[in-house]
Design a binder for this molecule. Structure first.
Ligand code: C2O
Length: 552
């Protein structure tokens, strides 16, 4: 591989959406930010310079970061933030991954505007395991637009302890599209020719919503998720959770030269509309008239077709979709599912409450503050970086490696009233020795509302070996686990009122964050971290931090 160099300048830019202009944090003044392109095996150096008044850090979501934990990016986990006027060069190698990933700010809620695509092409000369597409289209990144400032949104979620603000629009590549006020001119368009197959990369960068996505009159063949190939399957609508990426093949019709088709994305939620933004972002798939090759042949006044999306709370549809996802599990792309397990963990994933801090008005039940936790622990980040103290061994006063392997409060999904709302704050890590084979069952407790939680693990891919609804049954459910071709990914939806089981091999020394990718839940504390110890060989140890590592 070669080394790819990128310069990311964090700077403010004025952006006009939904009839108003606001100043947002961007990379290089672009919104969404620049695309990062590399091949499997390449080294990537991104020189990030912060020119804004906010502390910043960037996470390369889904990049394995084998022994380069210092470049992972979550603020106060693997690094201190990059302060105004400072530069930090993120250096990492792309190992055995190909497909689509993405990068985003990993501090406060700045990922609301600071994000972009990572396109990883296969090694030179290595074909895709599916028929070669005619062309690769511009990645489609779903996001949200907020009329208020990022800080104001976070304050609502954290300081007031209330329900989160609802975003003002969903976007495709930053554009809300014609179904929102003042936005017809801000519509994402994909230009295609009839009778061809295109590779379309989809990224869900939205802060708080799982999305349905469909293109009118077209089918989508899913070929890859989270930069891992899957057994191809064809759908009219797909589901994508915050943090997830999906590559599809889009076959255009031979018979519709010069027609336009809407693509729609809208949330999936089992809670009632009104508590989330149930609006639709629309983009347009535009067919080029085959008679002419000039771009003026895109006719603006053509008939337009609309897709049908499932009902907002169609959980059956979502389950059906996610259970279709399977690893290729071929000789060339094997599924390295850990067959034996060294350590088993059971985590409850859920919402709860904490006493309302002094001088605050809280909007939780009985005047409490909303909180969220893993095994009843709501993680408080330190004022230094966890990885730094792990590396130096000076952990006292920063964290303790005493994260509970089981929930602290008993859990019973069918019990009434719910008995797992107890939340305690703490900075606890779960220590694993090098190369531990882990099985983790995550059970949603669905206390204050029924929602799925897209759980994201940094530093690893995991295999989704099982999922189900109701209480996880430790006696009978494991017999149904798929240990042959489960999907391999970095973010999985823990179903509302259900559970998922994942397996991974702890072969990457460092401190690795795991959290719900719904930003409001991360803020409320639905986050924890694994501390993976060094192995005995030099090649199994985390190297020292780079010299330009930011200081707290
Ligand atoms: Cu995409 Cu820790 O995040």
């Amino acid at each position: 591989g070669i080394t790819r160099h990128y310069d990311f300048n964090i700077q403010m830019a004025n952006v006009t959406r939904l009839c108003g202009t606001k100043s947002i944090v961007t990379v290089n003044g672009q919104f969404p930010g620049p695309e990062l392109t590399a091949r499997e095996g390449d080294r990537v150096h991104v020189r990030v310079t912060n020119h804004v008044a906010h502390n910043m850090s960037i996470h390369w979501h889904g990049i394995r970061q084998m022994r380069t934990g210092w470049a992972d990016g979550p603020a106060y986990v693997t690094q201190c933030p990059i302060q105004k006027g400072q530069t930090y060069v993120y250096k990492f190698t792309i190992t055995a991954q190909r497909g689509t990933l993405w990068w985003h700010a990993h501090i406060s809620w700045f990922r609301s505007t600071v994000y972009g695509a990572i396109v990883i092409l296969p090694k030179l000369g290595v074909p895709y395991p599916f028929p070669a597409p005619h062309k690769e289209l511009t990645p489609v990144i779903f996001g949200e637009w907020w009329l208020s400032d990022t800080e104001a949104i976070v304050n609502t979620a954290l300081k007031v302890g209330g329900a989160p603000n609802i975003s003002d629009a969903f976007t495709i590549n930053g554009l809300p599209g014609p179904l929102y006020n003042c936005s017809a001119k801000d519509t994402f368009k994909l230009k295609v020719e009839p009778g061809k197959t295109y590779l379309l990369r989809l990224i869900n960068a939205a802060l708080n919503d799982e999305l349905f996505f469909s293109v009118a009159n077209h089918t989508l063949t899913v070929v890859e998720v989270d930069a891992v190939y899957v057994k191809p399957f064809t759908v009219r609508t797909l589901v994508i959770s915050p943090g997830q990426t999906t590559n599809v093949l889009l076959a255009t019709k031979p018979a519709y030269p010069g027609a336009n088709f809407y693509m729609f994305a809208r949330p999936y939620s089992t809670i009632r509309p009104g508590t989330f933004d149930n609006s639709t972002v629309a983009g347009i798939l535009e067919y080029r008239n085959p008679g002419s090759l000039s771009s003026s042949s895109f006719d603006k006044a053509l008939p337009i077709f609309k897709p049908m999306l499932p009902y907002f709370n169609d959980t059956n549809f979502v389950t059906n979709f996610t259970t279709k996802l399977r690893s290729l599990a071929t000789k060339q792309y094997p599924a390295a599912v850990p067959q034996a397990v060294d350590r088993r963990f059971f985590f409850t994933i859920g919402l709860g409450t904490l006493p309302c801090p002094k001088n605050m008005t809280c909007q939780g039940p009985n005047g409490t503050q909303f909180a969220a936790a893993v095994n009843n622990v709501s993680l408080v980040l330190p004022t230094t970086a966890l990885l730094q103290s792990h590396f130096t061994g000076l952990t006292s006063g920063v964290y303790a490696a005493n994260f509970p392997a089981m929930p602290l409060s008993p859990f019973n999904y069918t019990g009434t009233p719910p008995n797992n709302t107890h939340v305690a704050t703490g900075t606890k890590l779960l220590a694993l020795s090098f190369n531990t084979s882990v099985e983790l069952v995550m059970q949603d407790t669905s206390i204050l509302g029924i929602e799925s939680h897209p759980l994201h693990l940094h530093g690893f891919n995991f295999f989704v070996v099982g999922q189900g609804f109701g209480n996880y049954d430790a006696v009978n459910d494991p017999a149904k686990f798929n240990l042959v071709d489960p999907v391999e990914r970095n973010t999985v939806g823990v179903p509302a009122g259900g559970w998922v089981a994942i397996r991974f091999l702890a072969d990457n020394p460092g401190v690795w964050f795991m959290h719900c990718h719904l930003e409001v839940h991360t803020t409320w504390g639905l986050r924890m971290a694994w501390q993976v110890q060094d192995g005995s060989k030099p090649s199994q140890k985390l190297p020292p931090p780079p010299s330009d590592m930011p200081k707290c």
